[in-house]
Structures are given as C-alpha cells and as structure tokens.
Design a protein. Structure first.
Length: 317
C-alpha cells in the first residue's frame, strides 16, 4: 500500500508525494480476564520496526460498563420520545393552550415531530416560542448526555467531549505504555502508542447487532472488544497521548468517511499535517491495518488533505 507525504508547511495542508507503507499492522495476541471491579488485559503486537511488544494493563469495570451503555442506548427514537415529553411538559404550563402532536418521517431537524398549539391568539406567539426553545434546549441536552453533537442535518459523535470524558479511564494503559517505552524520546513514544492502536483489528462497526449496538466504540469499549474503526481508534489514541506526550495538544481531522488524529509534536520534513488556529498537528493514521509511521497517511487521506476537504476539531484533554 502506498502513501503520500506533505513536503511543505503552507496553507491548511502541504503538497503530497508518493511513498510506500511498511508491513501491515499485526496484533499477535489479545487476552482478557474479567473480575468484579476491573478487566485485565495482555496484548502482544509488532510495532513499526516489526519488534514484538507486550503490554499488560487493567481498566475499571464500571468505566467499561458505563461507556458501553452510553453508546449502545443512544437512538433517534429515544431522542424523539425525550423531546415529545419535554414539549408536553412545556405546553402544560399554558392553561388555556392545548397541544396536538403528530409523528412524521424521522429527520434530524424536526425529529419527526409535528405539533400544533391551539388557544387564545394573544397567547400562541409566546407559547410557540417557548416550545421551540424547549425543543432546541432538550435536543442539545439529550445529545450532550450521550456525547453526541448536532451539525446541520446529522448527529455525530462529539469527539471533544469523548476525549475529555475517557482520558482518565485510559490512564492505566498510558502508564503501561510509558513503562515499556523506557527512555524513548517523545516521537518514539507517540509512534509506539500509534502502532498499538493500528494493530487492533479494524471494524467499521456498521453492524450494530454484531457490535452490541455500537456505531462508535468509546475508548474503554474499544479496548474491551478489541476492535474499532478510524474515529474510535483516534479518540482512544488521543486519550493515551495525554500521558505519553504530556503537554502536547491533539486534534481530530474528519473527512468524508474517515478520520485521523493530529498531535502538535515538532514537524519533520515529509510529515503530513493539518492546521487549526495557527497550530500545526502532525498526522497520525490510527485506523490501520497499514503501519503508517508518525506523519504518514493513506493515499485517500492525502487526497482529502490536499483538496482541503476536512474539518479539524481540537481535543481539550
């Protein structure tokens, strides 16, 4: 598999040239032992230099279970029921106003809810305004509770909130990563963490039945089920980098059908990068299975970067 590299620091992303990826990521073994209060893991994999790595860590059972419920239980139907309840409660505060609710085809902007208020004309303007405000506030409240965000007519994972929420939960993995890194320099530590997540089996998580209801694997879930897609791996890597590269900032770069992580380690010639608010983030292609080194991206990713067809989301972890 080939890649393209950025050659200059100009604009939002640099010019691309072609190179070749090294061997595909390879996880040698995955072991998990569950106990009442924690799950213990042992993972063996090959890093970018094809050296065998062996890591042992434990995660809180409560964090694993909470993360699983949070993403498994989110649904548009649940959101619609939540909003209908809020609308009825608001309308009930207007004694002379009656409410009629009708369900229509699901859409993010309306959530498939059509309502009509009846009553004295002098009250309807204020009542309608209050109901509209209720819908917007409760839509934001519901999506925020499930670490989601509304953007236009789509509901997406709130990567910033997810990274912030799970950084502490992945602290044991980060500390174990530092232990096996020994005296390696910062870029080598980032590369080690990157190779760990690249080696986790890739899964698009498109089959919600097979994946336990997940369309995104939050970091504790990703490690527990030992599979995940590009954005799931990128968010988990951001959580680990908080300890592996302390003081460095990270950002998600999203593009059609894909996501990568960026971290503001010093740029080296040939590094792929994205920029936000004057800060340069070096690309980390966490998805795998290609063992793309720090600063290297897949050909399709390079095309999106060259075309400026991406959005950057700084992660405050």
């Amino acid at each position: 598999m080939s890649l393209r590299r950025r050659a200059v620091l100009a604009g939002g992303a640099g010019l691309a040239v072609s190179l070749s990826f090294p061997a595909a990521a390879r996880q040698l073994s995955f072991q998990r032992q569950r106990y009442a209060d924690q799950s213990q893991y042992r993972v063996r994999w090959l890093d970018h230099e094809q050296r065998e790595r062996d890591i042992t860590f434990a995660l809180s059972a409560a964090e694993i279970d909470q993360a699983a419920r949070l993403f498994r239980e989110f649904s548009l139907e649940g959101m619609r029921e939540y909003l209908e309840s809020a609308i009825r409660l608001t309308a009930a505060g207007w004694a002379e106003v009656t409410l009629q609710i009708e369900r229509r085809t699901m859409a993010v902007d309306t959530m498939g809810i059509s309502y009509r208020l009846n009553g004295p004309q002098h009250l309807l303007a204020d009542a309608n305004q209050q109901v509209k405000l209720t819908i917007e506030q409760n839509k934001a409240r519901y999506t925020s509770a499930y670490l989601r965000r509304v953007e236009g007519n789509t509901i997406s994972v709130d990567y910033v909130a997810a990274a912030r929420r799970y950084a502490r939960a992945l602290w044991p993995l980060a500390q174990a990563m530092l232990a096996i890194a020994g005296g390696a320099d910062e870029r080598a530590r980032v590369a080690l963490a990157l190779s760990f997540f690249q080696a986790i089996p890739y899964d698009e998580l498109s089959d919600r039945v097979r994946n336990g209801g997940y369309d995104f694997a939050p970091p504790p879930t990703l490690l527990d089920i030992n599979r995940g897609d590009c954005d799931s791996k990128a968010v988990a890597l951001a959580c680990v980098l908080r300890a592996v590269a302390p003081g460095r900032r990270s950002a998600m770069a999203t593009m059609p059908g894909h996501a990568i992580l960026g971290v503001d380690v010093p740029w080296r010639e040939g590094d792929a990068w994205v920029r936000r608010d004057g800060r340069v983030f070096i690309a980390l292609e966490a998805a795998g299975p290609a063992m793309a080194p720090v600063g290297r991206v897949a050909p399709q990713t390079a095309r999106f970067l060259d075309a400026q067809n991406f959005s950057v989301w700084p992660l405050s972890v």
